[in-house]
Design a protein around this ligand. Structure first.
Ligand code: C2O
Ligand code: CU
Ligand code: CU
Length: 443
């Protein structure tokens, strides 16, 4: 295989960002003042990275979705102290996919990501190239990092308090790629959108305002076997999806999200109050330009996945994500009762030990609200949801999955993590920082 080098430097730095004209906010960014550059890597590359921490506090850079050994993962064990440079070499040995990177500093992930420490990583490979999908970056292949933030007088504020801890940090202002009220000029043809839910806690229930269908073509782990026609798509924090949208009718259209309704409920039957008043919020407006030039068709087939046989699983583990005050949580720890299996995260405790190369079934459930469950170092498939065959939207290789009803996940562990364990956690970042996380070794 061709393993050529490529090098990337990231400087983690404080900055000032004008989200609203004439109003500055204190933010954090990689090389710039908010978010970071899109890293484009090819399967087979060995990417030499240098991350320099120019903040006045510790940070880490986690490569969310990258299949690499534990010591390269950038989780809470790979702390980069102020002034230091971390230089991992990342072996890219996985299929084309939309990944992202973000801070995973111990106890500080939510605040650092909220302030801006996130960016996109795109993996390409020859199989995907052969499909001739739209892939002109920024033209017909458009990344959309979706976030919500709270502003006061035009400056970013950091919500705090009990509600923030329970719901996760939310805001009434939506942004895409760090821009408020974004629009994109797109060619009047088939366009690929790489959707990333980079919010701390908000779920996005996406649909086009004119109800047009689109084709979902890739999940977190890469291409699906074949595109799936949908009219709406739910993306939880940490999840990504690639979709193909036909703009050949030349009409402007808005991608919008439904109300922000994932809030804790004490009882199952209680009605939920929408945090945003039940309205649909615009995420991004598309303005098709020019006459339709070529007719690019949605391919019928994308990629054939080798299916892992569930009967090869050698063990089951159960994980229950619990919140303080819930019936499932009786732990009364200092972190307010957030945990997994009744235990709050402890960086000095390895919760699970997995054998390298093993396949297992992980049963995951959660209390009081929907929690996006993420596992480092693996891509898994969903075997069941609420005891039934999974939803059509559960297909593909995943690294983050919404757990509202209990799910069974089929997971194969192919990356070693002996001295530096991997994490599994709720991707509502305030839940994670408050203890809804565990760690596992693979050896
Ligand atoms: Cu995207 Cu453990 O994180
Ligand atoms: Cu991750
Ligand atoms: Cu959670």
């Amino acid at each position: 295989a061709r393993h050529h080098g490529q090098s990337v430097s990231l400087r983690v730095q404080p900055g000032k960002t004008s989200f609203f004209p004439g109003r500055e906010s204190e933010t954090l960014g990689y090389n710039g003042s908010y978010l970071g550059p899109t890293l484009r890597v090819h399967r087979g590359d060995d990417v030499e990275v240098a991350v320099t921490n120019a903040l006045s506090e510790d940070t880490t850079v986690h490569w969310h979705g990258l299949l690499i050994p534990g010591e390269l993962d950038g989780g809470p064990h790979q702390t980069i102290p102020t002034g230091a440079t971390w230089q991992p070499v990342l072996p890219i040995r996985q299929p084309a996919a939309t990944l992202w990177y973000h801070s995973h500093a111990h106890g500080r992930t939510a605040e650092q990501v909220y302030a801006g420490l996130a960016g996109l990583m795109i993996v390409t490979d020859d199989e995907e190239k052969a499909l001739e999908l739209p892939s002109e970056y920024g033209v017909d292949d458009i990344p959309l990092i979706m976030q919500d933030r709270q502003f006061e007088n035009g400056s970013l504020v950091l919500p705090q308090g009990m509600r923030t801890r329970m719901h996760g940090r939310r805001g009434d202002t939506l942004m895409v790629n760090g821009t408020i009220n974004p629009f994109a000029r797109v060619p009047a043809r088939l366009v690929r959108l790489r959707l990333v839910n980079g919010a701390n806690a908000r779920f996005f229930d996406l649909a086009f305002t004119d109800g047009r269908p689109f084709h979902w073509m890739a999940s977190e782990g890469g291409l699906l076997e074949r595109p799936v026609e949908l009219r709406s798509l739910r993306l939880a924090p940490g999840e990504r999806a690639e979709i193909l949208v036909d703009f050949s009718d030349g009409r402007p259209v808005t991608l919008a999200t439904g109300p922000d309704s994932n809030v804790p409920r004490m009882r199952m039957m209680e009605r939920t109050a929408d945090l945003t008043g039940g309205e649909r919020d615009a995420v991004v407006r598309f303005e098709p330009q020019g006459a339709e030039t070529s007719v690019v068709k949605v391919p019928e087939q994308l990629l054939t996945h080798e299916r892992l046989d569930p009967s090869t699983a050698i063990r089951r583990r159960r994980f229950e994500m619990t919140m303080g005050m819930g019936m499932g949580s009786m732990m009364g720890s200092g972190s307010g009762g957030f945990g997994i299996n009744g235990r709050s995260f402890d960086i000095g405790r390895v919760d699970e030990r997995v054998g390298l190369g093993d396949t297992e079934i992980w049963e995951v459930s959660g209390a009081m609200m929907a929690h996006p469950f993420h596992i480092h170092g693996v891509h898994f498939t969903v075997l069941s949801r609420n005891g039934s065959p999974p939803d059509i939207r559960d297909q593909g290789l995943r690294d983050t999955i919404v757990v509202q009803e209990p799910v069974e996940l089929l997971v194969q562990f192919l990356q070693p993590a002996e001295n530096a364990p991997f994490m599994y956690h709720c991707h509502i970042l305030e839940h994670e920082d408050n203890g809804m996380m565990g760690q596992f070794s693979v050896s």
